[in-house]
Design a protein around this ligand. Structure first.
Ligand code: DON
Length: 317
C-alpha cells in the first residue's frame, strides 16, 4: 500500500483539476446533460479503508466499467472454457463500438468491447431468463457492498439511440453467436451499462477484485480467485480499447473506462481507484481519469512490471 496515499491523492486531485480538454459523451443524450466540472476520486484498499475526494456523492451510470463484472458473472455461471468458446481475449486495437473486426472474426475478440460484452449478456440471459436484470444487480451489488439500481432515464435514453449496438447484436445473431433473442441480449447490456453508482461504489467493486474476490469490508467471497485472475487479465490487455498498449506501457495496471467519465484501476492485493470526470478523449476515456491514474501509478511505482519481488524459489538445473 503506497505510503501517504491520502496526500498523493489530494495532490493529484488538485493538479488534475486544472486539466481542461475533452468532451462529454453526447451520443447518449442523457450523458450530454451532465455537468462537465464534476470531479471525484475514491480509493478503497483491500483492508477496507476508503479515501475520497471531490464530488464523491455524484451518481453516474457505470457504462463500460460494468463489462469486467459481467464477464465475471459469465465465468462464474459457465466456467472459463465455455465462455472462451464464445468470446476471445485478444485486444482489437479498434474503437469500443467497432463492428469491422466482428464481421471478419465472427467471434468477439474480447469481453471489454461492446461486441464481446453483448455476447456475454446473451449468455447471462440464457442462464437467468427474465430475472437477468435482478440477478446482475444482485451480483454487482455484492461487489459494491450496497444495493445498486438501474438509472431508468439513462437506460431509456441509450435505448433510443443505440443503433450501433443493435447492428452488433444482429450481426452476432447472424453468426449464431448469440445465446438469447437479440432484443433480450441488447436490453440486458444497456441495463447493465445504466446501473448507477458513485466513485465509492465503483472503487469498492474494484477493491473486491483487488482482494482476490473477497469483499474488503464484508469479508464475503463474491468471486473465485481463479476467475478474478481472468477478469484482471482482460482488463489489463483490453480494458482501455485502442489505447490499451499505451496504458499498459505508462500505467501497467488492469483498468476499465466508461463513457460516463469513470476510470476504474485495480492495484492487485492493494486497492482499487476510481476517478470520475465526464470530459473524454478520442478513445472515450476520461481525460482527468487517465492523468490521475497515470500519476498515481508512476509516483508509487505501481506498474506491475516495476515489481521486483517475484520469487519462484530455488532453481535447480
Ligand atoms: O454501449 C455503449 O455505447 C455504452 N453503453 C457503453 C460504452 C462505454 O462506456 C465505452 N467506454 N469507454
Amino acid at each position: 500500500m503506497p505510503a501517504n496515499l491520502k496526500k498523493s491523492l489530494s495532490e493529484i486531485y488538485e493538479r488534475c483539476q486544472s486539466l481542461e480538454g475533452g468532451a462529454v459523451a453526447d451520443y447518449i443524450p442523457e450523458l450530454a446533460r451532465v455537468d462537465p466540472r464534476l470531479f471525484a476520486i475514491a480509493a478503497v484498499t483491500t483492508d477496507g479503508r476508503l479515501f475520497e475526494l471531490g464530488d464523491s456523492d455524484a451518481a453516474f451510470t457505470i457504462q463500460s466499467t460494468a463489462k469486467p463484472f459481467a464477464y465475471a458473472a459469465a465465468l462464474r455461471e459457465f466456467g472459463l472454457e465455455s465462455v472462451l468458446a464464445r468470446v476471445g481475449v485478444e485486444p482489437t486495437g479498434d474503437d469500443f463500438n467497432s463492428i469491422s473486426r466482428l464481421d471478419r472474426s465472427k467471434r468477439p475478440m474480447n469481453p471489454m468491447v461492446n461486441a464481446g460484452a453483448i455476447s456475454v449478456c446473451s449468455m447471462l440471459h440464457s442462464a437467468y431468463g427474465d430475472t437477468g436484470e435482478a440477478r446482475l444487480l444482485e451480483f454487482f451489488s455484492d461487489f459494491a457492498g450496497e444495493q445498486l439500481a438501474v438509472d431508468s432515464v439513462t437506460y431509456a435514453s441509450e435505448m433510443e439511440t443505440t443503433d450501433g449496438n443493435r447492428a452488433i447484436v444482429y450481426l452476432l445473431n447472424k453468426f449464431r453467436n448469440l445465446q438469447a433473442p437479440p432484443q433480450a441480449a441488447l436490453d440486458l447490456y444497456i441495463k447493465m451499462c445504466s446501473i448507477q453508482t458513485t466513485v465509492r461504489g465503483l472503487a469498492t467493486m474494484g477493491a473486491t477484485l483487488a482482494n482476490q474476490g473477497m469483499h474488503p469490508v464484508r469479508k464475503r467471497r463474491v468471486l473465485e480467485a481463479a476467475h478474478v485472475r481472468d477478469v484482471l487479465s482482460v482488463m489489463l490487455s483490453c480494458g482501455m480499447y485502442n489505447y490499451a498498449g499505451q496504458w499498459v506501457f505508462d500505467v501497467g495496471l488492469p483498468a476499465k473506462s466508461g463513457v460516463s467519465g469513470a476510470v476504474l484501476m485495480i492495484v492487485p492485493g492493494v486497492m482499487a481507484v476510481c476517478v470520475y470526470s465526464p470530459p473524454l478523449d478520442g478513445s472515450g476515456t476520461s481525460v482527468r481519469g487517465i492523468a490521475a491514474c497515470k500519476e498515481l501509478s508512476q509516483r508509487h511505482r505501481l506498474h506491475l512490471l516495476d515489481q521486483t519481488d517475484l520469487s519462484i524459489g530455488e532453481i535447480n538445473d
